[in-house]
Write a protein that binds this ligand. Structure first.
Ligand code: SF4
Length: 110
């Protein structure tokens, strides 16, 4: 009976180690590049102080908090020709994330 209990403990430890390894697997896969990196459009290098202040004044954020409002569905957004790249905006200078948002959001028509 005691041997059976010890054996079960060993088995449990072994299984636990295996489960821990499986739990780490998604992170390891991400490190291999299978996970897509989020687009970042917050680099304001090269912009004038006035342009940077304009982004701040309209509270531009790289990721919209509103499920139905983002730069991609804003009428002022200018999409990049390159896939997975920052676009532009007719009222804000600098890189604009299609998933971003600012107080100037205006529903795209058509
Ligand atoms: Fe995005 Fe604001 Fe420009 Fe619309 S006005 S594209 S929400 S930054």
């Amino acid at each position: 009976m005691t041997d059976a209990v010890r054996l079960n403990r060993r088995e449990l430890l072994r299984l636990g180690a295996g489960a821990a390894g499986l739990a780490l697997l998604p992170g390891a896969l991400g490190a291999c590049g299978s996970k897509k990196k989020a687009l970042s459009c917050v680099d304001t290098q090269g912009l004038s102080e006035a342009d940077i202040q304009g982004r701040k004044a309209l509270k531009y954020v790289d990721k919209s908090a509103k499920a139905d409002q983002n730069c991609a569905n804003c009428g002022l957004y200018q999409a990049s020709q390159k896939p997975d790249s920052c676009g532009g905006c007719t009222i804000l200078k600098g890189p604009i994330n299609p998933a971003g948002y600012c107080a100037g959001w205006s529903k795209k028509v058509g």
